[in-house]
Design a protein around this ligand. Sequence first.
Ligand code: NAD
Length: 382
Amino acid sequence: MSQQAFIGPGNLEHVKEIIESHQARKILLVTGKDSYVQPGVKDALSPFLTGSEVIRFCDFTPNPKLEDAQAGIRLINEAQPDIVIAIGGGSVIDMGKLIVILSAQAEKNSEKVVLNQDLVRTKGLPFVAIPTTAGTGSEATHFAVVYIENVKYSLAHDYILPDYAIVDSLLTHKVPSHIIASCSMDALTQAIESYWSVGSTEESKAYASRAIKMILPVVKSVHEEDSKAKEIMAEAAYLSGKAINITKTTASHAISYPITTYFNVPHGHAVALLLGKFFVIHAEADEAEVTDKRGKIYLSQVMSDLISMFGCDRARDCCKQWYETMAEIGLQTDLQVIGINTDSDVQLIASKVSLERLNNNPVKVTREMLHNLLLVSWVSYS
Ligand code: NAD
């Protein structure tokens, strides 16, 4: 599946020609409840929707749940739109992907489809993804995150890649700074994870390293009124999405989902919490611990590339820099303050971790490692 992408400030206007090219008279618009109205996203988009009937679907909370998606599927079936446009954060874009793909399948039990992606046989309606946060890169990926009874699943299929991605950084200008901080670390984390993933290729590493090199100089200023930094971050988030579209993510993401679900930590903040420690784990792993088929020497080169992108000499310095950056942009780094304190907290998280993403990690994650990751301060890794 290919995608047409429009990247850069002002590119929202391409919505008009996309709608015209599909002769779309009826549009299903997937949005956040408040984020669509409050920060002027609606004002920016509305002029391009005139002449079409617009039905809005916003009845869901962040981190899409299957029961909410089912309401969206019913709406698509009733309304029979010509095109679906999702405009919002990663949750909104994932919700758009879910309802477009699930409504198109002959198998009407959507839980069965999420659990067995071989049941995806048909492409859905034309789908436009327009991020209003700069972080997830969901507009560039062929998978959608969905929660069923607090367990995270990722529905993946080529048909899920949005037909169009419009990345217009002007839409991110009013995002509050705590959300910017979390989203920026999501983009950076997934680019780093993609770079060291066992599934990396020359192409994915090129997207990932471009994203990392773009994000590092702006990560501390992007929450200020710096439109150039926001433009760079929006494009870098898209590139980090292109990178994980090839590799998927690794252990830091795998462990983050139960942290989000049970300790109420926003997605980008949760994925960043353990990433710094993995610099050290990966750089100091023995041959026997390395799971990447390319071996220890290859992984050492990957880690040395990353360490030099950070301008450091040692993995332990990267780790220190990582958590200092988090603290500087207002993200809590102390897992005890977040509420992860005991062995039973570790057990809860371990019991819900996605093994698929864990297996993408270049070093085997043992139970002892998980215990140290969650209960030992980052300071002892630096
Ligand atoms: P989000 O979509 O949950 O939004 C976070 C908050 O930002 C919400 O309260 C929302 O209302 C607000 N918001 C969004 N746009 C805004 C704007 N312009 N102004 C003001 N507020 C705004 O958060 P996110 O970090 O963008 O997305 C996280 C979700 O994306 C998670 O569910 C994660 O699993 C998923 N994800 C998916 C992929 C993928 O490839 N499918 C990749 C990474 C993450």
